[in-house]
Design a protein. Structure first.
Length: 101
């Protein structure tokens, strides 16, 4: 067996998925309170607009805009953790992980 060490590389096997997003604490709680939507594939927040949530197949795997509830209730394990930076900024890291089959 050949072992290869590569610096500054994050790798997983093909049967798992991982996601992490970092935002301000204010953005996170505005999303949690229904004031914002998370544009999943661009990893940005946008103002809440109900028309963005229309999905004829109601398939959250394909949804681009997600409510907090949609995101946190996917079939993956989800997490969120609050942090305070050394400069005093309050941020939240959130995401999901698990098998994609």
């Amino acid at each position: 067996m050949k072992i290869q060490i590569r610096q500054n590389v994050f790798e997983t096997n093909s049967s798992s998925t991982h996601s992490i997003t970092i935002c301000t604490k204010d953005q996170f709680y505005a999303w949690k309170n229904g004031e914002l939507l998370f544009k999943r594939w661009d990893e940005i927040f946008v103002e809440y607009d109900e028309s963005l949530l229309i999905d004829p197949e109601d398939n959250y795997y394909e949804k681009d805009y997600m409510t907090y509830s949609d995101y946190m209730n996917m079939d993956y394990e989800t997490y969120s953790q609050e942090y305070k930076t050394p400069k005093g900024d309050e941020i939240v890291a959130f995401g999901y992980y698990g098998n994609d089959y």
